[in-house]
Design a protein around this ligand. Structure first.
Ligand code: PLP
Length: 356
């Protein structure tokens, strides 16, 4: 079975097998990792290794905190605003699709938010047109954007040139290719695509951004409290953290993020190349903004959608249905998706096209 779900997404099979083998007996203690104290020496070592390995994978500079928090991606939509905007702060949100739009809606519950739409339709294809961002546009505490729109299949490949600290929602592209963390004020991600199980979220934040006073907020959402307590102010989602730690180790065994980036590029290139030459399928996203993680596509004859999905499922190609907001199909090909999964998908798509 190849699982193309956008999230929760497949995890590396080696990680799942290790978790299965250790389920009832973690580190020869006769109990599961789920059943040990987060204050035990063994668990603290696990959490410490998770942070160290993540820092190494992403080359995180020392003047950034790495935080493991609760509440997934949407939890951070609120946490960012509460932590960084203070009493009268304002922020600018770039709108490139469903998730960046949702992030702005949530932030507006706490502060004043301006929004700039950056997607245009050109010859029936969606394309990102980045505006020139100048400091006289507003007194913003930060600029928020989503480099990979999971629902729309839109990716912004180039760095954002911004006079304000850049906050990036990397929920669906974190760890998929090398990034320069120092270009960002804050990076966050819900875990359930490239990190581990849902619920957990990762925040990488420049320490200097936390110097301004924040709004009153629940302690578990407070970056300052989380950092001061090394992500253990309260009980962290321990099993999710255990799996994330194993995913980070797996990534190192794969050759790190650079090697992963090349594998991901190859998978995406092959799938888009197939769609591009086909008259049966089409991509609604311009070549410059196609996501390497979430490949959205449509059948020319949409009345065949149901049949396509049923036959794909019978072949073990799961969860190809596009998000309800946009329809069509979506193949999510995160780090854990092997190249053979994409080969199998293309073979099926080709056979389906010839038969129909
Ligand atoms: N941001 C992006 C880019 C996403 O793809 C998602 C959804 O999975 C979220 C935010 C919301 O994450 P969560 O469901 O963990 O709140």
């Amino acid at each position: 079975v190849f699982n193309f779900c956008a999230g929760p997404a497949m995890l590396p099979v080696e990680v799942m097998q290790k978790a299965q083998a250790e389920m009832l007996d973690w580190q020869h203690q006769g109990v599961s990792v789920m059943e040990v104290s987060h204050r035990s020496a063994e668990f603290i070592e696990l959490a410490h290794n998770a942070e160290t390995n993540l820092r190494q994978l992403l080359n995180v500079p020392d003047d950034y905190h790495v935080l493991f928090m609760h509440g997934g991606g949407r939890g951070q939509f609120a946490a960012i605003a509460m932590n960084l905007l203070g009493e009268s702060g304002k922020a600018l949100y770039l709108n490139s699709g469903q998730w960046s739009k949702a992030a702005a809606v949530e932030a507006r519950r706490f502060a004043q938010v301006d929004e700039l739409s950056i997607v245009e339709s050109m010859e029936g294809k969606q394309q990102v047109v980045l505006p020139e961002l100048k400091s006289d546009m507003g007194d913003y505490r930060y600029l928020h954007y989503c480099p990979n729109e999971t629902v729309d299949g839109i990716e912004i490949h180039e760095p954002i040139n911004s006079p304000w600290p850049v906050i990036a929602d990397m929920s669906s592209c974190i760890l998929s290719r090398p990034i320069d963390v120092s270009q960002f004020g804050l990076i966050y991600a819900g875990a359930q695509k490239n990190i581990g199980p849902s619920g957990l979220s990762l925040v990488i934040v420049k320490k200097s951004l936390l110097e301004l006073p924040a709004l009153p907020m629940p302690s578990i959402m407070d970056y300052r409290i989380t950092a001061a307590n090394e992500s253990m102010f309260n009980t962290p989602p321990t099993y999710a953290l255990y799996l994330a730690a194993n995913v980070f180790q797996w990534l190192q065994q794969q050759g790190g993020i650079e090697a992963m980036g090349l594998k991901n590029q190859r998978k995406a290139d092959e799938l888009y190349a197939y769609i591009e030459q086909s008259h049966f399928y089409r991509s609604g996203v311009a070549a410059t903004n196609r996501s390497r993680m979430n490949v959205t596509f449509q059948l020319a004859d949409e009345s065949l959608n149901g049949e396509f999905l049923a036959q794909a499922k019978a072949r073990g190609l799961l969860a190809l249905k596009g998000h309800r907001a946009v329809g069509g199909m979506r193949a999510s090909i995160y780090n854990a998706m092997p190249h053979q999964g994409v080969v199998a998908l293309i073979a099926f798509m080709d056979e389906f096209a010839r038969n129909n």
